[in-house]
Ligand binder design. Structure first.
Ligand code: NAP
Length: 376
């Protein structure tokens, strides 16, 4: 224990009828007492911090295995949704797949039966448009009667690109209607059912976001808007469902090799937008993620009770840069997040300098060149 004392000079306020003075006086404090006080304060702060985080992680609402659990997937007939259906069935779950096109759903179910050789009664298909409240309500209620839900994945989504001054009203309606309103409608029907049984039946809710929930998808303003909104919704649900055994996970896949990626690419007709979007989102079709890997990671996040999942390094970095007030998934991640905040922010500024440069250069030079050649 270090010995010695520290002299602390304090100024005490003193006043007479005419004036106010500060009278200095000195007290001597033992060095050992100061160290003990600092030690006790640090221990108290750490214990409070750890306890509050442990409480917020809701370990009581985890689903450790998907064996014989009922997994419901909106947008389950293709891409990421279909891959999740296959993976869940491979892990022994019962699966309900919801999408608009019945023929596509039936073909997907056949594909799964052929590939996995699983029992037919493990798959339930429902044709419904998430934008139609009556239709999704019937699909969800009937599926719940088939089996109560253990996991529901709100995955149905569409996307296309256009500058905001040129986007069609139909496109706005479809993207917002499917990605946002459709998710809200599905939740509105499913949540009361899940809440009612939640005291004896832990369940999980997964919202499928995107890198566009954390970073602007250049040229995809409407898509970005819906995916940012889903992040807000997920965070709100984490608080709202705290008293229930319903875990909330928000999943942000990177670029995934699916039909939607092709549709998104095809919708970009402006060459300047194509070039800028590719550069500022660091997009390369060759490096697109595999839907099977995304499905595996998503279901692992569910069984581990994780509240956030980014399937690539870009998403993990962006999540660190945009972390809100809600706690990280584990104590280690909370500490790591705090340590890497500063370097991540410096890196983020370097990236955004590059992004600004790409946008300026392309719009100042190429747009003018394209306009001039069109005028000739
Ligand atoms: N692919 C990517 O790069 C990527 C990246 C990040 C996030 N995501 C997200 O992942 C989710 C799935 O995308 P994906 O790439 O797998 O797309 P996908 O292959 O095109 O699949 C979309 C699924 O949603 C269904 N669907 C579309 N509109 C619907 C509606 N109104 N009602 C009900 N079902 C509807 C489709 O079936 P029907 O057409 O028959 O309805 C299909 O089953 C989306 O939320 C997307 O935003 C994708």
């Amino acid at each position: 224990m270090p010995k010695g004392t520290i002299a602390i000079t304090i100024r005490k306020l003193s006043h007479t009828f005419y004036s106010v003075h500060l009278i200095p006086y000195t007290i001597e404090v033992e060095m050992a007492d100061i160290l003990q006080l600092i030690g006790a304060l640090s221990i108290a702060v750490s214990i409070t911090f750890i306890c509050s985080l442990l409480l917020l992680w809701k370990p009581y609402s985890r689903i450790p295995s998907l064996k014989d659990k009922h997994v419901v997937i909106t947008g389950g007939s293709s891409g990421i949704g279909l891959a999740i259906a296959k993976e869940a069935l491979a892990q022994g779950a019962y699966v309900t797949m919801i999408a608009r096109n019945l023929a596509k759903l039936e073909a997907a179910a056949q594909e799964i039966l052929h590939e996995l050789q699983c029992e037919k009664n493990r798959i339930n298909i429902k044709a419904a448009d998430v934008r139609n409240y009556e239709a999704i309500s019937a699909a969800i209620n009937e599926s719940f009667q088939w089996r109560p839900f253990d996991v529901i994945l709100l995955n149905a989504g569409v996307g296309s690109a256009s500058y905001m001054d040129k986007v069609s009203i139909e496109s706005i309606d479809t993207i917002v209607g499917t990605n946002l309103i459709g998710t809200l409608y599905t939740l509105r029907v499913a949540l009361p059912l899940m809440k009612e049984i939640s005291y004896r039946h832990p369940s999980a809710l997964v919202l499928v976001g995107s890198l566009a929930s954390l970073y602007p998808a250049y040229g995809g303003g409407v898509y970005t808007c819906t995916k940012y909104a889903l992040r807000g919704l997920a965070e709100n649900l984490r608080l709202e469902l705290l008293p229930y055994k319903i875990a909330v996970s928000f999943v942000c896949p990177g670029f995934v090799e699916t039909a939607m990626l092709t549709q998104m690419e095809d919708s970009i007709v402006d060459p300047v937008m194509a070039e800028v979007a590719r550069k500022v989102t660091f997009y390369s079709r060759r490096r697109a993620e595999n839907s099977r890997d995304v499905a595996k990671a998503t279901l692992k996040a569910v069984t581990q009770g994780r509240s956030f999942l980014a399937t690539g390094w870009k998403g993990s970095l962006l999540f660190i840069l945009s972390t809100g007030i809600l706690p990280a998934d584990s104590f280690a991640k909370a500490v790591l997040g705090m340590i890497v905040q500063v370097p991540a922010r410096v890196f983020g500024y370097l990236i955004i300098c590059y992004v600004y440069a790409v946008i300026w250069v392309n719009h100042r030079t190429k747009t003018i060149i394209i306009k001039n050649s069109a005028d000739k």
